[in-house]
Design a protein around this ligand. Structure first.
Ligand SMILES: C[S@@+](CC[C@H](N)C(=O)[O-])C[C@H]1O[C@@H](n2cnc3c(N)ncnc32)[C@H](O)[C@@H]1O
Length: 235
């Protein structure tokens, strides 16, 4: 496919939106637009199979993702997970009030549960989460992939190339800490960055991170039905 104007046809429009956006009062004639060539993929009315060779982009199914432009060494800091700090109760109320944030495309809320094993450290209403529904950074585009975990020792090492690590920066407060992504292994340039959302795909109860049909492609994917397996720790 070419972006060379010489090799693509150019058409002029009568009422050019580009010229209108430049100066509504003194409209100049349209300077012409490239007629871009489209790829037309097959769709449900073609009568073909979902695996048809002319269905490529639509099969990805994960939406936007995040890739690294440069090769990253193991243990490299990538970015922080940014979101609004809400109590779990506030997050729940927000979800109830705003049906659009219950849609599966929305970024997950991450529970700040690193201190949950400290008995008595927090009261129920003090539990916090980072909600990336409205305010976030590039981290909200990082897709999910599975990390292998053995029942007692979560050795998270296989497919997801990022792991989230709690970081304390000048905060004596046990309730809140930063969450930073580090690489779990060397990551090639242009490789997609992924982390394990910690979703229990077997759990039918309402989870803070809504379930979706996982398309991570891993042979260890938790979303694939298997006869028996250990349950992952829900994050
Ligand atoms: C944090 S967002 C990631 C960015 C998202 N792909 C987008 O376009 O905004 C989480 C959402 O991405 C989609 N997603 C992430 N990982 C996926 C996966 N492995 N398989 C299918 N969908 C995935 C789900 O819809 C999920 O709710």
């Amino acid at each position: 496919m070419t972006r060379d104007p010489q090799l693509q046809s150019i058409s002029s429009c009568m009422d050019c939106p580009l010229e209108r956006s430049r100066n509504e009062e003194m409209l100049e004639p349209c300077k012409g637009h490239l007629n871009r060539k489209f790829i037309k993929e097959c769709w449900r009315k073609c009568g073909c199979h979902k695996q048809c060779g002319n269905r490529v982009v639509q099969r990805d199914g994960k939406g936007w993702g995040l890739k690294t432009l440069e090769k990253l060494p193991k243990g490299a800091f990538v970015c922080e997970y940014i979101g609004e700090i809400l109590t779990i109760k506030e997050r729940h109320e927000r979800t109830m009030q705003n049906s659009s944030i219950t849609k599966t495309e929305n970024p997950p809320s991450v529970l700040l549960d690193a201190y949950w094993n400290l008995k008595g450290a927090l009261k129920d209403e003090e539990y916090l989460c980072l909600d990336a529904s409205f305010y976030s950074n590039v981290a909200r585009f990082i897709n999910h992939s599975w990390q292998i975990s053995f029942s007692f020792f979560p050795a998270r090492c296989l497919d997801a190339n990022l792991i989230e690590i709690p970081v304390k920066i000048e905060t004596p407060d046990h309730h809140y800490y930063h969450l930073a992504f580090f690489t779990t292994r060397e990551v090639d340039a242009l490789e997609e960055l992924t982390w394990d959302y910690g979703i229990d795909f077997d759990d039918d109860n309402d989870q803070p991170n809504k379930k979706f049909q996982c398309k991570c492609g891993s042979k260890f994917c938790r979303n694939m039905k298997r006869p028996s397996r250990s349950r992952p720790l829900a994050r």
